[in-house]
Design a protein around this ligand. Structure first.
Ligand code: MG
Length: 460
């Protein structure tokens, strides 16, 4: 009885449209392809000179290339939580003061009181799948299948968190590969993981061909280090192994788009391609590049928070370049609005509906960006201007040194993309205005306790 009721409710918009004799548009399919540590300058259409990404470039030429797109944090766990909940990490608890991401010995994950877009879409009749890196909790009740996804296949945290890898603790378990909530392999061959993820993602799309609308969250493990690829891609790029790995991701994007076309789903599917944070610069040649942007992952310079982004829906999203401001947190309210689904009641969202920007080329629904690190608001952007309250002395030091700005530093991101020229002395009124924006934002913020600090080693 319960199932029949759910099906009836899911068909309601369709049936009511048919009754009125309208040309019924099925609810759109929704896909997010989320890379790990892919920098602003790492793909061809964002200016990389030696990494070939013809499929992603084609996606950009057919859709909207977003040159001022931001994530909710400059590292993995909080950024992913922001994408999926539409809320800043400081609001949803997925941050830490000592640990900025979850580790294999973390004691918790994204709380059941947080509502993901997958959960809302599933409750409203969507088929939902998560493929790839999760990093919001590696055991129940924190897994994708506990947060609104019908299925999951992937490595649940970063690929450098296995036994003894990258100087990590020797007592960490071997890197797990999960199917739903079961570990199906330990230490899977990472050279084959992009191919296996892609097969799962494509299989899911094919399964949905004639069924209900779907949401696919495809979160690549790469190009996060350690880098792996296979014989088909090794040595194919002038950029070395990093380039080979990105070129395999490009192949994967091409196959997802081709599958949508072959299934006749192309024009009713919105695909967003982006990254969880900027490039891991301290990995040298094994890390990416932020192009013209300053610094990278783990910093609140633009290279940490601003990532490449493309939105494609043929015939609906105009082929164009947009320098309007959008964030990953805007994806949830935009998706729900497109699907005709109400936002969750009583939940404070940091994302805004960006249908006007994507589909009508209107101005962005936001002109502000907030750059948090832990529970500190480090910088704020309004319009062209960005003001820093704290900055980083030298990110290449073994322990990153955060310093208070004696006088906040002010940069114009439209005339000075690389943040080289501090204008605070010349623009006191702009400084005062941005201080006011930051104060208003902080005063209204309800800060949640930090989940990422809950680890075995910190147990009292
Ligand atoms: Mg990352």
């Amino acid at each position: 009885m319960k199932n029949i009721k759910a099906i009836s409710l899911g068909l309601l918009p369709l049936l009511s449209g048919m009754a009125m004799g309208q040309n019924v548009q099925k609810q759109p399919n929704l896909v997010v392809i989320f890379c790990d540590d892919l920098g602003y300058g790492d793909i061809g259409c964002f200016g990389n000179p030696t990494i070939k990404t013809p499929n992603i470039d084609r996606m950009a030429s057919e859709g909207m290339k977003l040159t001022q797109f931001y994530v909710g944090a400059a590292v993995s766990t909080p950024s992913r939580s922001a994408l999926l909940t539409g809320r800043l990490p400081v609001r949803n608890g997925m941050y830490g003061e000592r640990n900025h991401v979850l580790f294999p010995d973390s004691k918790a994950g994204l709380g059941q009181d947080e509502i993901t877009m997958a959960k809302v879409l599933k409750e409203n009749g969507y088929a939902t799948a998560c493929v790839g890196k999760w990093h919001l909790g590696a055991f129940s009740p924190y897994l994708p299948t506990d947060h609104g996804f019908d299925s999951y296949f992937g490595i649940p945290y970063s690929n450098d968190m296995g036994t003894g890898r990258m100087g990590r603790a020797q007592n960490y378990p071997p890197t797990p590969l999960l199917e739903n909530n079961l570990r199906i392999e330990s230490n899977p061959d990472q050279g084959e993981i992009t191919r296996r993820y892609t097969e799962k993602a494509v299989g899911f799309i094919k399964d949905q061909k004639a069924g209900k609308p779907f949401f696919l969250y495809f979160a690549h493990t790469f190009p996060h280090v350690p880098l792996y690829t296979n014989d088909r891609f090794r040595g194919t790029s002038k950029r070395g192994l990093y380039g080979d790995v990105v070129e395999e991701i490009d192949w994967s994007v091409g196959l997802v788009l081709k599958t949508l076309e072959e299934c006749g789903l192309d024009e009713n599917t919105l695909v967003i391609f982006t990254s969880d944070n900027g490039p891991w610069l301290t990995q040298k040649e094994n890390g990416g590049t932020a192009g013209s942007l300053r610094d990278g992952k783990g910093t609140w310079w633009e290279g940490g928070f601003r990532v490449p982004a493309i939105a494609r829906m043929p015939g609906k999203i105009p082929a164009s370049l947009s320098s309007e401001i959008m964030t990953s947190m805007d994806i949830m309210p935009t998706f729900l609005a497109l699907a005709g689904i109400a936002l969750p009641k009583g939940v404070a969202l940091d994302g805004v509906d960006q249908r006007g920007l994507l589909f009508e080329r209107q101005a962005s629904a936001r002109d502000e960006v907030f750059y948090w690190w832990g529970s500190d608001l480090m910088a704020v952007r309004k319009g062209a201007w960005k003001l820093y309250f704290k900055t980083i002395y030298d990110m290449y030091l073994p322990s990153m040194k955060i310093v208070d700005c004696e006088v906040p530093e002010l940069y114009n991101l439209e005339t000075d993309i690389s943040e080289r020229f501090n204008k605070s002395a010349a623009q006191p009124q702009i400084v005062a205005q941005l201080v006011e924006v930051a104060n208003r934002h902080k005063q209204a913020m309800v800060i949640k306790a930090p989940v990422c600090d809950l680890r075995e080693e910190f147990k009292q």
